[in-house]
Each structure stands twice: as structure tokens, then as C-alpha cells.
Design a protein around this ligand. Structure first.
Ligand SMILES: [Zn+2]
Length: 100
């Protein structure tokens, strides 16, 4: 990472795993600035669930857009099948069918 003081490259001088599972690193930059960083695991599952919730809410508010998206997805799948069956480039079929 870059030094927060002078934005030059830094080196890790020391890495310590803390009792709570976080990782502390001592860093020093090319100009000699010293600082520490702490790494902690993000709760990835909570982020995914939160994203799912907001997508569900958006879908509930926009049924017409969902319908249009589903239709487009279906047409693009059909275009991919057409590409496999005919050997024509997929982008060409997308263009032709208006689903690019
Ligand atoms: Zn620096």
C-alpha cells in the first residue's frame, strides 16, 4: 500500500495476529514514515444478504422493469443458442435481434 503521508510505496516490517483475530502490520515507506495497519475480516455474508434485500425491494417496486429484464435475458439466451446452432458470431445476432 501507499504511505498516507507521502504516497510512496511501503514495506511491511512486522505482522502480528492479534488475539481477536485482526492482523496488525507495521509499515515503513521509502521516505521513512512509519505507521500501522489493522486488517479484519468483513462479514461477507451480511453484505450479500443486504444486497439481496435491496435487489428484492427494487424488484417489488419495479415489476415492469423486471419483466423487461427477464424478457431480454430470455432473448439473449435464445441468441446464444442461435449462435451455437449456426456458428454466427454472438455479437452479430445480439445486434440483429436488438438485444445487444
Ligand atoms: Zn511516507
Amino acid at each position: 500500500m501507499k504511505c498516507p503521508h507521502c504516497h510512496r510505496d511501503t514495506q511491511v516490517k512486522d505482522t502480528r495476529l492479534q488475539a481477536d483475530g485482526t492482523i496488525r502490520r507495521r509499515r515503513v515507506c521509502e521516505s521513512g514514515h512509519k505507521f500501522s495497519t489493522w486488517e479484519t475480516m468483513t462479514n461477507v455474508m451480511a453484505l450479500i444478504e443486504s444486497r439481496r434485500k435491496s435487489v428484492r425491494a427494487w424488484k417489488a417496486r419495479n415489476p415492469e422493469k423486471v419483466k423487461a429484464l427477464n424478457h431480454r435475458r430470455k432473448r439473449r439466451q435464445e441468441a446464444r443458442n442461435e449462435s451455437v446452432a449456426t456458428g454466427r458470431p454472438i455479437e452479430e445476432i445480439y445486434q440483429l435481434w436488438g438485444v445487444a
